[in-house]
Design a protein around this ligand. Structure first.
Ligand code: SF4
Length: 160
């Protein structure tokens, strides 16, 4: 009963929708029809970026209201959100994951490590940035990027 009362008494927690983000829309995004299925790939991150991605889909930032939905399989995904520098062990799994996604598909590098290896540049176990392993269409800088920045990148893809 306490839980039901709490649900009843809690008002809307979602942040008001900010204005549409600026920036070009990748050409493939026009074929997605305003909604995308999103697969996350941790290629070697410290998990800071994962926490922010999880927050981007929580009730406060609510990326789903703009047409982005998390899925468990790359076979169902239009977009891959890739975090971390790509470790040697994750280079081939990342290539295979992206190859398993149907076309058109889009790869978003999330966080400084994904973009340029960040703190881990030069590390013995690091293969390289995400763009050294698979083609990257969009980048979200930051260490880690804020949830609203991740949502803004997804809105550029869905156009909503
Ligand atoms: S960008 Fe920062 S938070 Fe994200 S994986 Fe790298 S060190 Fe961690």
């Amino acid at each position: 009963m306490g839980l039901l009362r709490k649900i009843r008494d809690t008002g809307q927690v979602a942040e008001p929708a900010p204005p549409r983000p600026e920036g070009g829309v990748p050409p493939q995004a026009r074929e997605f029809g305003g909604s995308v299925q999103v697969r996350c790939v941790d290629a070697g991150s410290c998990n800071g970026c994962e926490i922010e991605i999880a927050a981007a889909f929580n009730p406060v930032y609510d990326a789903e209201r703009y047409g982005a939905r998390l899925v468990a399989s790359p076979r169902h995904a239009d977009v891959a959100l890739v975090t971390g520098p790509v470790t040697r062990n994750m280079a081939e799994p990342l290539r295979r994951t992206v190859a398993a996604m149907p076309e058109p598909r889009l790869v978003v590098a999330v966080g400084d490590c994904a973009i340029n290896c960040g703190e881990f540049a030069g590390g013995y176990g690091v293969e390289g940035a995400v763009s050294d392993v698979v083609p990257v269409d969009l980048a979200v800088p930051g260490c880690p990027p804020r949830p609203d920045e991740i949502v803004a990148a997804l809105r550029r893809v869905t156009g909503r």
